[in-house]
Design a protein around this ligand. Structure first.
Ligand code: ADP
Ligand code: MG
Length: 388
């Protein structure tokens, strides 16, 4: 789960990680008011969307007067922001973060995440902050340092100093960085984060270290036990269909193609998508309806698939291991009638009672094709999508 920058910065404050003076605003008038309350002689208006790369596309603007803060806010609120990380349709800007500006001497990078390879929480840091860390990793990997933390020992002072030296920090900055790293580590563990990224962590003209940006991802499987984190969820920033799917216990991910896929089991879903691509088609989604699926789930799954208007044909691939194929076939029939499926549906059923299932699906007068074999089913659905 993702949260907004302004929420991440509130968490940072609880863990003694310094952030700029600032406040969230949802109207141009309140944004101007926030600037006046903050005081100073420069402010930054930051679009609150669940994506980075805002600076490059006008989602982060520096204002010289409170009136200019209002003007920039008016220009952003209600629009959608398209960044390198959002996809073409972008994300809605419903709120802003107004902050004081700080004189930046250097932009550094600091993050903490779970490294599956070493099975450790690791810190990653670089003196080349403010830019795409992937680019830095690719072009100048020597500018990146990583420090794995032993789970029993926890974060050690020498590890913080190692990072501080690598970042070229001096004197009291070394201790300040240690405090920031310890805060990040405590926050990471306490709230079951999966990644926390500060890009940039700035060094101001007078040597202070401040987290100018803040991004936190949480482990979806742990959010349930953190009501404070769960309350920060902003459904507007998430894919509507993926939200809906979650409600019904379906694993759904939107993709770019035009062939809707409904499969039981994640592995079979992956194999089905591979096969569709092999036969020259493009899947419109990944959808795992679960091992023991029900008529209700099949109906909801159809609704989800069809709410994507680029879908030209649907491939249902069900293996009747826990469920019986005739029950699934009945569910598919009910669903196709209930949700008025207008596009052709190719169904491949295999496993327990497959014969009975296929019999139910043939000669229905509906736009249904009962396939007997998976490769054939994939070919058929690709042809039907092309013909549409
Ligand atoms: P994103 O990563 O989405 O582009 P950032 O929060 O990193 O957004 O902001 C982009 C850039 O804007 C920063 O690298 C920094 O140069 C500048 N910036 C952001 N906030 C401030 C601030 N409070 N004072 C001065 N400059 C800022
Ligand atoms: Mg950033």
């Amino acid at each position: 789960m993702n949260i907004h920058e302004y929420q991440a910065k509130q968490l940072f404050l609880h863990y003694s990680i310094p952030v700029p003076d600032g406040k969230q605003a949802t109207t141009p008038e309140s944004a101007e008011q926030v600037a006046k309350e903050l005081g100073g002689d420069g402010w930054v208006v930051k679009a609150q969307v669940h994506a980075g790369g805002r600076g490059k596309v006008g989602g982060v603007k520096l204002a010289k007067t409170p009136a200019e803060v209002a003007e920039f806010s008016r220009g952003m609120l209600g629009k959608r922001l398209v960044t390198k990380q959002t996809g073409a349709e972008g994300l809605p800007i419903n709120s802003l973060l107004i902050e004081k500006t700080y004189p930046i001497k250097r932009e550094l990078y600091l993050s903490v995440l779970v490294d599956r390879g070493s099975e450790r929480i690791i810190f990653i840091a670089s003196s080349a902050g403010g830019m795409d860390i992937e680019t830095v990793a690719h072009e100048t990997p020597e500018q990146i340092i990583s420090v794995p933390v032993h789970p029993a020992a926890g974060l050690q002072g020498y590890q913080c100093r190692k990072v501080a030296y690598a970042l070229g920090l001096k004197g009291s900055q070394i201790k300040a960085l240690g405090k920031i790293m310890q805060g990040l580590y405590d926050l990471f563990l306490a709230k079951d984060a999966s990644q926390i990224e500060i890009n940039p962590l700035i060094e101001t003209d007078n040597g202070e270290l401040i987290a100018l940006d803040a991004k936190i991802n949480f482990d979806d499987n742990a959010v349930e036990v953190h009501p404070d984190i769960r309350a920060m969820k902003d459904a507007d920033q998430e894919d509507e269909k993926e939200n809906k799917a979650q409600q019904f216990g379906l694993n759904y991910i939107t993709l770019e193609g035009n062939i809707g896929c409904m499969v039981n089991g994640a592995g079979l879903a992956m194999a089905t998508m591979d096969l569709v691509k092999l036969k020259g088609g493009q899947p419109a989604n990944f959808l795992d309806v679960g091992g023991g699926t029900s008529v209700e789930k099949v109906c909801e799954a159809f609704k989800l698939i069809l709410s994507d208007h680029s879908v030209k044909a649907v491939l249902v691939n069900i293996f009747g291991g826990i469920v019986q194929c005739d029950i699934i076939a009945a569910g598919i029939l009910a669903a196709v009638e209930q949700v008025h499926v207008a596009v052709p549906v190719v169904v491949r059923l295999e496993g327990t009672n497959a014969e009975q299932g296929r019999a139910l699906l043939s000669n229905t007068g509906l736009n249904l094709y009962a396939a007997d074999d998976l490769a054939h089913a994939a070919e058929q659905v690709v042809a039907l999508a092309e013909a549409a």
